[in-house]
Design a protein around this ligand. Sequence first.
Ligand code: GTP
Ligand code: MG
Length: 295
Amino acid sequence: MLRNPKLKSPSKALTVTQPQTMDEFLAQQQNQDLLRFITCGSVDDGKSTLIGRLLWESQQLFDDQLASLQADSKKHGTQGNDIDFALLVDGLAAEREQGITIDVAYRFFATAQRKFIVADTPGHEQYTRNMVTGASTADVALLLVDASQGLLTQTRRHAYLTSLMGIRQVVLAVNKMDLVDFDQPTYVNIEAAFAAFAQPLGFESITAIPLSALKGDNITERSARSPWYQGPTLMGYLETVNVVRPSHQRLVFPVQWVNRPHSNFRGFSGTVAEGIVRQGDEIKGDAVRANGKGR
Ligand SMILES: Nc1nc2c(ncn2[C@@H]2O[C@H](COP(=O)(O)OP(=O)(O)OP(=O)(O)O)[C@@H](O)[C@H]2O)c(=O)[nH]1
Ligand SMILES: [Mg+2]
């Protein structure tokens, strides 16, 4: 993106070459491909905070946004006087009051390597259908786990729905590593438990990364607090992952609303996420299972 002279420096320098002219900017944008991804996982695992951190680290925040984020953090934040990055994506009044995400929030950002659209989805069970909406257009899922809690029912549910929606690449983002003092065995146990659980789900790749979204560890630079970790940073992964889309055409139709005005009619409403369906086609199988209750 164009360099704004008023842009604040990120907390850690990102190795991006900023275009200096409009022509350079347009040329760079044209050559970049687009990666769409979601954050998902159980409630409070740090999904919104992670996206706020990614926007911050990729220099997407301008002075006025930063000023309102600082003011909002003091008023609604969960981090005392420090910045609460989740407020960048949790915009609804009810979300701020309750400190949870309800609606799907889409954000665009770009680095020198790639353009990204990220969908921040709610972890709360009640809003599972919004997670499915976000997943329906994503290439990659960042499945968050709170390192101090391990895998939860909602983590497994979101992993299952992710596979059902046709996503083939998953990042197991083991977040809040600061709460467990970057303990390697804790991380390894979570990674192994997820690998065993996800084996039947048929993901092509599962990349586990130990993170602290709050403190910024392993987001754009390898953290000195996890010297035992040799894999990619989260941004490094997102910038380089090859997108794998299912080769076969199948129908993915997340049902968002069952329209039943009277007992003689039952209609299923939603948006076709993948494949083609025509009037008169018979629908059966997995697509019918993709409902908002996550079954
Ligand atoms: N210690 C620590 N706290 C974190 C970290 N990431 C997020 N948090 C805190 O965890 C709480 C929940 O963070 P959110 O980002 O709102 O979590 P979420 O997963 O988006 O929550 P829902 O959208 O409601 O499911 C907030 O108080 C964050 O400041 C982390 O890496 N370390
Ligand atoms: Mg959230």
